[in-house]
Write a protein that binds this ligand. Structure first.
Ligand SMILES: Nc1ncnc2c1ncn2[C@@H]1O[C@H](COP(=O)(O)OP(=O)(O)OP(=O)(O)O)[C@@H](O)[C@H]1O
Ligand SMILES: [Mg+2]
Length: 239
């Protein structure tokens, strides 16, 4: 399924070009963070990779194949949870996998333990706070043991403690061997988590660099402008 390659990926609804021809190659390791201004197409890119909608042109290659041969999970910015218990929300996601009910239960409890929700298993998922919902959504994705995990702004609207917890979980998932591709508007978070940065603007990948190099010397004028625009915000959040 890796390297994952995008070649000339286009998305132009009603003749309005959003993605003008996206080229990108991703290895199967580490955390790749997609940065870019509002409307750049970050969420769209994740949705195209998840197969949730078709592109209007170009290709996606998963290794040598047109389809991923490993599991893929996506966590949305506003996770969709079933109006059922915390436990059932995770168990339900495991139904397509060939697991016995006992195995399903064990795996569910294990991930809920790891995200700190083991004591809430019987509670209705809809009653959880924003941070708890995000942790449940991550647990649900983690339980599926994905080879590729797509995360869309996983900590938007979370407080610093909840953000820390979610970042810790993302690192653990990466350590266990999943490739993570995520978006964020939190540049502090990008510096903490990213192995590499994909900077998206004007319908194209403007830069794809190791994170340290990107933050030290953004090459493209668009990335420099973006970083300058975001800078006061970054300082406000980091200190
Ligand atoms: N299914 C769709 N049909 C038509 N247009 C879409 C669709 N999905 C996204 N778009 C458009 O594509 C553009 C990029 O949207 P996207 O949500 O990917 O931006 P983003 O980079 O995630 O922005 P933000 O930082 O605000 O989350 C927007 O103009 C949006 O209206
Ligand atoms: Mg988005």
């Amino acid at each position: 399924m890796f390297p994952l390659r995008l070649a000339g990926l286009r998305f132009a609804p009603d003749g309005r070009t959003v993605l003008a021809g996206l080229d990108l190659e991703l290895s199967g390791e580490g955390i790749s963070v997609v940065l870019g201004p509002n409307g750049a197409g970050k969420t769209l890119l994740l949705r195209l990779l998840a197969g949730l909608l078709p592109a209007h042109g170009g290709s996606i290659f998963w290794g040598n194949s047109a389809r991923p041969d490993g599991r893929l999970a996506m966590v949305f910015q506003q996770p969709m949870l079933l109006r059922l218990s915390v436990l059932t929300n995770v168990e339900f996601a495991l139904r397509p996998q060939a697991l016995s009910p006992a195995e399903r239960k064990t795996r569910t409890m294990e991930v809920l333990e790891r995200v700190g929700l083991a004591h809430r298993v019987r509670d209705c998922a809809r009653l959880l706070s924003g941070g708890e919902r995000q942790r449940l959504a991550l647990a649900r994705a983690w339980a599926m043991r994905p080879r590729l995990l797509l995360l869309d702004e996983p900590t938007a609207s979370l407080d610093p403690t909840a953000t820390d917890a979610v970042e810790r979980i993302i690192r653990e998932i990466r350590t266990e061997g999943a490739k993570v591709l995520m978006t964020t508007h939190n540049l502090g978070q990008a510096t903490r988590l990213a192995d590499d940065i994909i900077f998206l603007a004007e319908g194209r990948v403007q830069e794809h660099e190791p994170a340290q190099r990107f933050f030290a010397h953004p090459q493209s004028p668009a990335a420099r402008a973006f970083m300058q625009g975001e800078l006061p915000w970054r300082i406000a959040f980091d200190h």
